[in-house]
Design a protein around this ligand. Structure first.
Ligand code: NAI
Ligand code: MG
Length: 348
């Protein structure tokens, strides 16, 4: 298969972990007879320094034309003045909007070897394997905002079409996984949530093989900690998803392990580890590249339909999580390059 992949290394450890993920993809391509073409572009702080803009036109156009985009991370103290006109995160938000990626998938598995690093009891983390699907382009983050001295508002609005398309992603995923979908809302209080719940019931008719369950977001926040192994696919709106995905990340033991995929209807998607630019360890060859490499596996699966190759990369990542070498965040002493090399060795 031929594919054109754009890489956006970004800031801090972004370039280090992205380079490791690209090395893994190149190895997969060589091994499985694929022709992946890579081109690198600027985003975030690096792009502000080079062009004055967090998402230069050349980057946006290259991403739109690509089969998929692999991103490192953006941001850092150098660009963090809250009064600055341009900020690195604007580049990421603008890119998500340009690509029309409305569903953010965050798979979470807790490896038994790492369960002891989690704040939860080890036995509670047994068999945890779920995906949170967060709506990414609607709700309170994108609604009308007002502010005067005494009062501020953030409008939370959703259309049926916006709710339906993200739920369909969730149902499709659930029908390929454990056939269980938990739709999270606050339907006892919010009108948008009542529309969400009604829409979930409608969409569920097209997926009779999937069991639909509704959960209120406050009880979901608790259940994710008390019974995390009960869940398969969890679908929710933007604000609830932002909070629940950070809570889920805390279960895994390290931010450095977790991948994400942002998917739309008209583009192969945006793939990135969930961690930030980690300025405290940038430039030291100390970053854990496994989240970026696992994001590359999601790219193989969701953008290119290469399920077997995706599974091979995920198995190699699991092998390294189990047997090491580990970077400092997992209690080891290995470098980014050593972990990358171990993943590549485990591929064969
Ligand atoms: P962070 O995720 O960059 O770092 C939090 C802690 O986790 C740090 O101690 C860091 O060293 C560690 N860590 C993160 N990723 C790691 C990895 N792969 N290997 C080993 N250790 C790792 O979050 P923080 O410190 O809140 O933010 C730093 C900068 O990153 C900020 O400018 C923030 O805005 C930006 N950020 C960007 C994101 C993105 O590009 N999607 C997401 C989150 C934050
Ligand atoms: Mg967040």
């Amino acid at each position: 298969m031929q594919a054109h992949l754009v890489t956006l290394p970004g800031d801090g450890i972004g370039p280090e972990v992205t380079a490791a993920a690209v090395d893994v993809l190149k190895h997969v391509a060589a091994h499985h007879g694929h022709d992946f073409r890579f081109s690198e572009h600027a985003i975030g702080g690096a792009a502000i320094d080079a062009t004055g803009e967090p998402l230069p036109d050349a980057t946006r156009e290259a991403c739109l034309a690509a089969d998929a985009v692999l991103l490192g991370a953006v941001g850092g103290p150098k660009w963090s003045d809250p009064n600055a006109k341009v900020r690195p995160e604007q580049g990421l938000l603008a890119l998500r909007a340009a690509l029309g990626v409305f569903a953010n998938l965050r798979p979470l598995k807790v490896h038994p070897r790492l369960a002891e690093r989690s704040p939860l009891k080890t036995e509670r983390l047994k068999d945890v394997d779920f995906v949170v699907v967060r709506e990414l382009t609607g709700g309170a983050y994108f609604g009308a905002k007002t502010r005067d001295k005494e009062r501020a508002t953030d409008e939370c609005a959703y259309t049926v079409a916006e709710i339906e398309r993200v739920l369909r992603r969730g149902f499709e995923l659930a029908s390929q996984r454990g056939r269980h979908l938990t739709s999270v809302d606050k339907a006892n209080v919010l009108e948008t949530s009542r529309l969400w719940r009604h829409t979930a019931e409608q969409v569920a008719r097209d997926y009779p093989e999937v069991h639909l369950e509704h959960q209120l977001v406050d009880s979901m926040a608790m259940l994710m900690l008390t019974q995390p192994s009960r869940y398969d696919v969890i679908v929710t709106e933007n604000l609830f998803g932002d909070i629940l995905t950070d809570e889920a990340a805390a279960l895994a033991g390290s931010l450095g392990l977790l991948p994400s995929a942002s998917l739309g209807d008209h583009h192969g998607g945006l793939y990135e580890p969930i961690h930030g630019s980690a300025p405290d360890i940038a430039g030291q060859d100390a970053a854990n590249p496994l989240g970026a490499i696992a994001s590359a596996a999601l790219l193989l699966r969701h953008a290119l339909g290469l399920e077997a190759e995706a599974a091979v990369v995920e198995a190699a990542v699991e092998h390294v999580v189990e047997h090491g070498p580990w970077t400092r965040d997992l209690g080891g002493t290995a470098t980014t390059s050593q972990v990358r090399d171990a993943v590549i060795a485990a591929l064969d």
